[in-house]
Design a protein around this ligand. Structure first.
Ligand code: BG6
Length: 287
């Protein structure tokens, strides 16, 4: 039996076997539809009525219990990037989360709450609200007796019509670690454009960012709170070819703008303290 079936709501939340047979739910709100996997509490798709997909999902992604899904919104916790002897980008995106609640809200939005099993000293919840916007909240409560330090990131993959005609706005004047150069620089540009592999961690910024997509005529706005890091990533040609779960040409149709708290902005929670990282995505016509 699909463990998500008990949280079905007729017409709004439907349990299904996702790709690879992984348990998933389709969420139908009044204004948009999402597909969310139990594996990783992974929002794999979000589509507004009559619109093209907002989130990018690779046609070459694995859908296996021990592999992350390539695309959508991988939940990165409790560390970001490499940690010796452990999986890159940590374990939350590989875990089977428990769906604990589904709600149909006034106005037709739908809210789901997932809990990360495993550690009695922590309560980690991921609440997704599907509606006119896509709102995601990752909350960590330290129930233990010692400080707990972690990194987190909602590693969101966005669909764009053509990366060559895409700009990311909102980060001018912000310092960033260029991971490819291993140098800290300051963003000079009002709009970031893409002409090569790009892998940057913008730090100490709570700014709203926008993806201006000239090919699709769409502006995607990413508002966040509880986040001081914004990661901008596109693998470009060579890295795309070297990623087995990503199509060689797919770099043309995606960009990651990720919201979280990484490296020097890792979070330390005292016993009893909590932290919420919230990201809200909406779209409008590009004018
Ligand atoms: C980004 C990192 O967040 O994730 C990149 O900055 C990394 O360095 C990318 O390549 C994808 O990581 P993964 O583990 O999903 O292939």
């Amino acid at each position: 039996m699909n463990p998500l079936e008990r949280h079905e709501i007729p017409g709004a939340v439907t349990a299904l076997a996702g790709k690879g047979g992984l348990p998933a739910v389709q969420v139908d709100s009044a204004r948009s539809t999402a597909v969310i996997y139990q594996h990783g509490a992974h929002v794999a798709s979000w589509v507004k009525k009559d619109g093209p997909p907002v989130l990018f999902l690779s046609g070459s992604s694995d859908f296996l219990p021990d592999k992350p899904i390539r695309g959508g919104v991988p939940v990165i916790f409790p560390w970001f990037g490499a940690r010796e002897g452990h999986p890159f980008h940590a374990t939350a995106r590989l875990a089977d989360w428990d769906l604990s609640e589904s709600l149909l809200l006034d106005g037709g939005d739908v809210r789901l709450r997932f809990l990360l099993p495993g550690d009695d000293d922590l309560r980690v919840s991921f609440v997704v609200t599907v509606g006119e916007s896509l709102r995601m909240e990752l909350t960590v409560i330290n129930r233990g007796t010692a400080d707990f330090t972690f990194e987190n990131c909602l590693h969101t993959y966005f669909t764009v019509g053509d990366i060559h005609r895409t700009e990311v706005r909102g980060l001018q004047g912000v310092s960033y670690l260029d991971k490819l150069l291993d140098r800290v620089l300051t963003e000079e540009q009002q709009a970031i454009r893409f002409t090569a592999e790009t892998d940057r961690i913008y730090q100490n910024t709570e700014a709203t960012t926008e993806i201006a997509d000239a090919a699709l005529g769409r502006l995607i706005r990413i508002r966040k709170s509880g986040s001081l890091s914004t990661v901008v990533w596109n693998p470009w040609i060579d890295k795309a070819r070297n990623m087995p779960d990503f199509g060689d040409e797919e770099y043309l149709g995606m960009v990651c703008v990720e919201s979280g708290n990484v490296r020097e902005h890792a979070i330390t929670l005292a016993p009893g303290a909590s932290h919420t990282l919230a990201v809200e995505i909406d779209t409008r016509e590009l004018v």
